[in-house]
Every structure is written in structure tokens, then in C-alpha cells.
Design a protein around this ligand. Structure first.
Ligand code: 1GP
Length: 235
């Protein structure tokens, strides 16, 4: 079964999922075995790997080690076209539709397409929406786009609707890594009511209470990055 089908099935059965985001830049090579052990022994259903701005060249090594030593599905969450590894299970083919920067709407996708077209990676077309979180984030700066204001639920919903009409199969609501405030539940709720595909929510989720809030509002998959890195997260 493809991962996307698995996500749809879990959604249908109201079985909520959570995933760990591994930012290769934040990983020290000598700590990789320990990190993988921690991930493997967590209750997470999946692992995302990627970052909006990478200075280190760790991604391929980490993908290889994760594939070898961890049984959880591994999905590339690419911040740029250099973050592609054919050894993962899937790749979120993101289009940053909350922004108006053509590079992140279609430019990077054109650059990456020849590498992905015949690849055995499962490619999951995903609408990526940045939501304002109270402080500016790396992803905003790197993509040179403005997030959707937190109070503009209608704009967020219209953007998600456009994503579905464009054929994007999942919606990723992103407050940004280390966000002050996670994506507002009103936005998650209104999108979950209308949109068919699985909804991923991430950014600034630090504890179980916040994760449950996102799940209860309608998120199908919640992503935890910083809190897991800091050993602050347990479910
Ligand atoms: C994934 O950017 C997030 O969507 C990760 O954010 O590091 O704040 O968990 P945190």
C-alpha cells in the first residue's frame, strides 16, 4: 500500500497520526545512532526529514541510517531541490500556495521534476500553507513569502480549497519551526470540515496537550520537530 493510501485509510478510521521532523542541520553525526534509537522507540507513525535552510551535508547519510535502522516510513520534506534522496520512501512535493513567490509555487518543482519523474520514491503532491505564528520564521525568510494572518480563517480555507482544486492531495499547515504559537484551531477546523485529503499540522507544537488540540480540531497528522529534539516530547 502506498503511504498516501495508508494516510487516507487512517483518516477514514479517525486514527490520528504523529510524525517526527528530523532537521539534518541540527543533527550531530556522532549522535545519529542515539537519535535513531530514540525515534524507533517512540510511538511516532512516521518520520519527515528536511529543513528550510541546510548548511550541513547530512541528509543522505541520515536517510541511509534511518532506512537501515528504523522501521518507520521515511518521507522527504524538502526545503530545496538539493534535499532529495532516492532512498527514502516518499517525498512531499510541496507547493507553497500561501505565498506569491513563483520560485516556491512552481520554479523549484520544475528543477526537481527530472530527478523525480522516474524515481521509485512515492511522490505526494502537497499544498503547503504558512500560517502567521507571532514571530518570523526561517521558512518565511528563505521563501520570501508572507504567511496567512492567524485571524484570516476564510483566507486559509480558500487557499486550501484552491490546493484541492489544483489536485494537491494533502494540505500541510505550517506555523514554522519553533513557532511561538501553533496553527490556530479555528483554521484547522474550518479546513478539516471541507477538505478531503489528509491534513498535516506542524510548527511550535511542544507538548501532548497542544498535539491533542490539533488532532481534535481535525489534523490527521501532527509533526513535532524541536520538542522531540530537545527530549521534551513524549506521547
Ligand atoms: C514542522 O516546522 C515544523 O512542520 C516543526 O516545527 O520544530 O516547532 O516542532 P517545530
Amino acid at each position: 500500500m502506498t503511504l498516501y493510501r495508508y494516510f487516507l485509510k487512517q483518516k477514514k478510521n479517525s486514527h490520528k497520526l504523529w510524525g517526527i521532523l528530523v532537521d539534518p542541520d541540527k543533527v550531530n553525526v556522532k549522535n545519529i545512532p542515539e537519535l535513531i534509537y530514540k525515534i524507533q522507540n517512540s510511538s511516532a507513525n512516521l518520520v519527515l526529514i528536511g529543513g528550510s535552510f541546510l548548511r550541513k551535508d547530512n541528509l543522505s547519510l541520515l536517510v541511509r541510517q534511518l532506512k537501515k535502522n528504523c522501521q518507520k516510513p521515511l518521507i522527504i520534506f524538502p526545503g530545496s531541490t538539493t534535499q532529495i534522496s532516492q532512498e527514502a520512501d516518499a517525498l512531499l512535493f510541496l507547493s507553497l500556495i500561501s505565498g506569491r513567490n513563483p520560485d516556491y509555487l512552481i520554479g523549484k518543482q520544475v528543477e526537481a521534476a527530472p530527478l523525480l519523474f522516474n524515481s521509485s520514491l512515492e511522490i505526494i503532491p502537497t499544498a503547503y500553507l504558512l500560517i502567521e505564528n507571532g514571530r518570523s520564521t526561517s521558512v518565511e525568510y528563505v521563501s520570501q513569502t508572507k504567511p496567512i494572518p492567524r485571524k484570516k480563517t476564510d483566507l486559509a480555507l480558500a487557499t486550501a480549497m484552491a490546493g484541492q482544486l489544483l489536485g494537491l492531495k494533502m494540505i500541510y499547515l505550517e506555523a514554522g519551526s519553533g513557532a511561538k504559537k501553533p496553527v490556530p484551531t479555528n483554521i484547522i477546523k474550518s479546513i478539516a470540515k471541507k477538505i478531503k485529503g489528509p491534513i498535516i499540522v506542524g510548527g511550535g507544537i511542544k507538548n501532548k496537550k497542544q498535539l491533542l488540540k490539533a488532532w481534535n480540531a481535525g489534523a490527521d497528522i501532527v509533526i513535532i520537530g524541536s520538542a522531540f529534539e530537545k527530549d521534551n516530547f513524549n506521547l
